[in-house]
Design a protein around this ligand. Sequence first.
Ligand SMILES: O=C(O)C1=CC=C[C@H](O)[C@H]1O
Ligand SMILES: CC(=O)C(=O)O
Length: 299
Amino acid sequence: MTIPAIQAYSLADATAPILNKVGWSVDPQRAVLLIHDMQQYFVNFYDQQQEPISRVIQHIGQIRAAAEAAGIPVVYTAQPGDQPVEHRALLSDFWGPGLKDDSALTQIVPALRPAANDTVLTKWRYSAFQRTELKKQMAQWQRDQLIIVGVYAHIGCMQTAAEAFMLDIQPFIVSDAVADFSLQEHLMSLNYIAGRCGKVITTETLQASISSQENSTYPIPGSRHTLLKQLADLLEIAPDEITADDSLLDFGLDSVRMMSLVGDWQQQGLNVSFIELAAVPCVESWWQLLSAKLEEAAA
Ligand SMILES: O=C(O)C1=CC=C[C@H](O)[C@H]1O
Ligand SMILES: CC(=O)C(=O)O
């Protein structure tokens, strides 16, 4: 069996109201966006001028932009081509040899090409957690929510959601930003996730929940990783050039840049002063100070 040629189906039908069991909300400071297997090989089984995939790609693009503006890390998964038989194992029995090692097939579709700061994980099994660094990376980022978009809803997206749930990570699947083999399988995956392991949201509700901070250039950082990315952006250098304990003044931080950053955080309600931060201008000290303020605010 290989992947069937997929008949077009209406995305509106696939986003019929789903009864969620949980009232979880996406928190930009806890979430990671997973763009799942949006490789040309898997997308080629659709008529790309028609729904669902045409609108799903548009929605994923909107979600990715909103996530980046809200400081939410973006992670892609992509399967390698020409997988050795011993690595592919039982997948071959269901899906044949898989995709060839041809960049025209292994690439992420051009409309969703990963940015330099995004993370691209090589994927070996249905779940994005299997044999990848996703769990470890989320722990390092101190994030425990996973927003899932991409293909295919009832296979890798649903399996990833179920495994996230079992890893104590809150999965959110975006009903109009995933696509499947059929409307029936699309709906089956959404109902399973809503009833057993996660929350079903839409592109619109997701954008509303993260856009509150989107108007600020620099959202309040919810992790050391986000703080580092904001400072790198502000100083126009790569994040890995900034060491944890060296003075940020050595990397070009000046009072004007500092005021713009602190001002954005203060406008969003973070109780931190320029003086406090200027006293110890290094990433590690700033993160210790900010995380204490965030905990104080959450108490
Ligand atoms: O070829 C494959 O490996 C696959 C085909 C279709 C869906 C599966 O998730 C994927 O593993
Ligand atoms: C597309 C794919 O590999 C999956 O659904 O896991």
